[in-house]
Write a protein that binds this ligand. Sequence first.
Ligand SMILES: Cc1ncc(COP(=O)(O)O)c(C=O)c1O
Length: 397
Amino acid sequence: MIAEHMSCIKQSASSVVSARATELKQQGKDVISLSAGEPDFPTPQHVQLAGIRAIVEGKTKYPPIPGIMPLREAVCRKLARENALAYTPDQVIAGAGAKQVIFNALAVTLNPGDEVIVPAPYFGCYVEETALCKGVPVVVETTQEEGFRLDPQRLEAAITPRTKWLILNNPNNPSGAVLGLGHLKGIAEVLRRHPQVWVLSDDIYEHLIFDGKAFHSILEAAPDLKDRTLVVNGFSKTFCMTGWRLGYGAGPQLLIKNMTKYQSQATSGANQVAQWAGVAALDGDMGFAVRQRAIFQERRDLVMKLIGQVPGLKAEKPEGAFYVYVSCAGLIGKKTPDGAVLSTDPEVATYLLYEGVAMVPGEAFGLSPFFRVSFATDAKTLEEACRRIAAACAKLK
Ligand SMILES: Cc1ncc(COP(=O)(O)O)c(C=O)c1O
C-alpha cells in the first residue's frame, strides 16, 4: 500500500529524539532535551495581539494561495529594508513554514534524477524533501577545521549537468557557521560558470548572528544571480513562531507562479491568522530580537565553556543560530559502564540520552561523528545538561 520511495525517507530526526525524550520522561526518567530547534521565548506580544485581532475581526477564511497581499507587501518591505533586495508581491509566496516553501520549490523544479547539492552538515529536510521529489541529493561535506564552510572547489567538483540546485543555509543548522561576504563571492564565482544551477538560500537564522557580525546574503555578494535564486525565510526562529507555521520565499515570478499552482492543490494558502500576525512581525519593532540574540550569545558562551572542559569532545564556536555541533570523535571506540562499545554518533547520543540528556546525533545532519546541542533553553538547564554530559563521558573507558 505504501509507496516504495517511503522506505528511503527518514522521519525528522529532531522530532524522533524529542518524542523519545518525552516517552522516557513519561516513564519517570529525568531527561533534559537539547534536541529542539525552537526558541524557548514566547511569540512577541505585538505579534500575538495581531493574531488575536485577526481572529476577532473574522479574518479566518481561505486566504489567497500565495498569501494575503499585506503579508507579501510586508515581505517586500523587509527584503528591501534589511537586505537591499527589490521584489514585488508577485515574486513572493507564503507557505506553512519555510519547510513547505522549500518543498514546493523542489517539487516544481526537479525531474527524476535531477541533483541537489547540499553542503553537510545540513538541515535534514533538504535531503529528504529532495528524495521525496525524486531528485538526487549530492552531499558535499565540510569539516570542523574549516569552520563547516563550503569550499568553493569542492562545490565545483560536485556540479554536473544534472545539478539543479545548490542549497545554502546561512547561518547554518546544525553548525552555526556563518558565510561572510568573501566566502559567498567565492561560491558565486563557481555558480557563474554553471548557469543551470539555481540557489536556494535558506536565511531563516538571519537575525541570530553573534559578536556584532552582520548577515550577508548570497544576493548581496552576487546580485547577478537573482534570476536563479530563491530566498527562503520564515517566522519560526526570529519571531518565536514555530507553532504558527508560516514562512515565505521570494524569487523569479515563473518559479513563484508554479509554486503557487502546486500549493493550490497541496495545502492552499497558509494559515490566514498567522499571516496577519506575520505582517505585524515584519513591520514591527525588532528590539526584542536584539535582546534575544544577546541571551542566545550568553548561552552559547556558557555551552562552549562547559563542553570545552570535557575530554573527548571538541566544539567550534558557532557564529550564529542556536546550536553547537560537537565532535564526539574522542568518544568513539570507548566502552560504557555496561561494556558496550560506542562506535557511531547515534550510539553516543543513545548513551547520553540514558544518562539524562537528549540530543540529535550527527548522522541526521550528514556529518559524523558529532551531536548537536541546542541552546534554546535557559542557562540553568544548560548547566545541568552539560554537567550530565561531562559525568557520562567520565564514566567511559
Ligand atoms: C535551516 C532551517 N530551515 C528551515 C527550518 C524550518 O522552518 P519552519 O518552521 O519555518 O518550517 C528550520 C527549522 O528547524 C531550519 O533549521
